[in-house]
Ligand binder design. Structure first.
Ligand SMILES: [Zn+2]
Length: 131
């Protein structure tokens, strides 16, 4: 495990996914940082179906977490970066930070042999960073 694994980040990295139980419309949400805990398990708040993540999924989520930590560290740099998108009328600049924080990220991963969309909600450490 990388050294970054033990670093604390203050930012919220909330993640949620829809319950896979039949006819359950529950939404399971957890803090991405908690995935590192041993015996990590989540339970649907509605139907109480427990979800255990296999090593592969946990590894992916942990690396996602590392990515967020890296983004945190680069927050001030990213504040000055733009993604330029070519459109019909020319070029539009989208602040990079906006892409990372204002748009909701969906990461599709395998859980129990099925593709599940995990929604990721990340907030910047400082509200000043991405005005
Ligand atoms: Zn459920």
């Amino acid at each position: 495990m990388a050294a970054a694994a033990n670093e604390k980040i203050d930012a919220k990295a909330q993640i949620d996914f829809p319950c896979m139980a039949q006819e359950c419309e529950g939404k399971i949400s957890f803090n991405l940082l908690d995935v590192r805990q041993k015996d990590f398990q989540v339970i649907c708040p509605k139907c109480h179906t427990p979800y255990e993540f296999d090593a592969q999924l946990r590894d992916k989520l942990c690396r996602m977490c590392d990515l967020i930590v890296s983004i945190r560290k680069a927050e001030d740099i990213l504040g000055n970066c733009n993604v330029s998108v070519t459109v019909a009328g020319g070029e539009v600049k989208i602040p990079y930070a906006l892409l990372l924080t204002r748009l909701n990220t969906i990461i599709t991963l395998q859980l129990g042999g099925k593709d599940v969309d995990f929604h990721l909600w990340v907030e910047p450490t400082s509200p000043e960073t991405f005005r």
